[in-house]
Design a protein around this ligand. Structure first.
Ligand code: ATP
Ligand code: MG
Length: 260
């Protein structure tokens, strides 16, 4: 273990079902430098987040979190490392049989370290951060898509992580819902959290991130700032930022995202 703070992926390879998803993929998430990973649907963006969380194991390469290489760790050793990272899953992934409050406090209850009163105080604080303290006794089925995402954010915050991952946080939301999520992400960053987002939503990406990684056909095709990305001559980047008819042929040629 070193004193390095941040998350690093070094030449990570990952294959599933005989299909290569990542080939020697590098990523650096420095503390306080918010990053977005861009890439087409099915490129492997969610896979990257799951690899960092230790939910999937790479075939080759190394992943380190604040100087600890997670590859050789047992499940029990992974717990404290993982505790510092929360993820707001694509779709929210709330427990339907639990109330909003129970969803937010779930992890703290499971850990059994705090009293019920202490947990309730934290749950209320996190729900008011996302503007949903009055929905504490509702069930997920009674919430809109945007509210569910905000509950998922409150749940992610309950354990006071330093890193928060957002998997497509704005997909399916109306403009007000998108604005709310962006605003929450910026407030979290102002409080010192480091965010890593994966998305296709370029406008949100540019609003909340300083650096961008573009995943294209298993590889890191680009890494840099918004300005560098907009100036990039890399054809895949230009196509992603401003799709033209050529995209039809790009999509068809690699057999992904075909909409007949
Ligand atoms: N268990 C599995 N078996 C076979 N293929 C899988 C499996 N899990 C994931 N994949 C494939 O891995 C690829 C990457 O999946 P991933 O969910 O990381 O993509 P993504 O970039 O997050 O896509 P999206 O933008 O649609 O969420 C996909 O093409 C998917 O079909
Ligand atoms: Mg995904």
């Amino acid at each position: 273990m070193t004193s390095e703070r941040g998350i690093r992926m070094d030449r990570v390879c990952y294959t599933v079902g005989g299909r290569r998803i990542l080939k020697e993929f590098d990523l650096l998430l420095e503390r306080g430098v918010n990053r977005t990973i861009l890439g087409k649907s099915g490129a492997g963006k969610t896979t990257i987040l799951k690899l960092i969380l230790g939910l999937l194991k790479p075939d080759a390469g190394a992943i380190s979190i604040d100087g600890t290489v997670i590859g050789g760790l047992r499940e029990s050793q992974l717990i404290p490392v993982r505790r510092n990272i929360a993820i707001v899953f694509q779709g929210g992934a709330l427990f339907d049989s639990m109330t909003v409050g129970e969803n937010v406090g779930y992890r703290l209850f499971e850990e059994g370290k705090l009293t019920e009163d202490e947990i309730e105080r934290i749950v209320l604080e996190k729900l008011s951060f996302v503007g949903l303290e009055h929905s504490i006794d509702l069930y997920p089925a009674e919430l809109s898509g945007g509210m569910k995402k905000r509950v998922a954010i409150a749940r992610a915050l309950a354990a006071e992580p330093d890193y928060i991952f957002f998997d497509e946080p704005t997909t399916g939301l109306d403009p007000i819902g998108v604005y709310n999520i962006r605003n929450l992400m910026l407030r979290l960053q102002a409080e010192g959290k480091t965010t890593l987002m994966v998305t296709h939503d370029l406008e949100t990406a540019f609003a909340v991130s300083e650096r961008f990684s573009f995943l294209h056909e298993t590889r890191l095709a680009f890494e840099g700032t918004e300005e560098e990305m907009k100036r990039s001559e890399i054809p895949e980047i230009r196509e992603f930022l401003a799709p033209t008819e050529r995209s039809l042929f790009i999509s068809n040629s690699n057999n992904t995202d075909i909409h007949p």
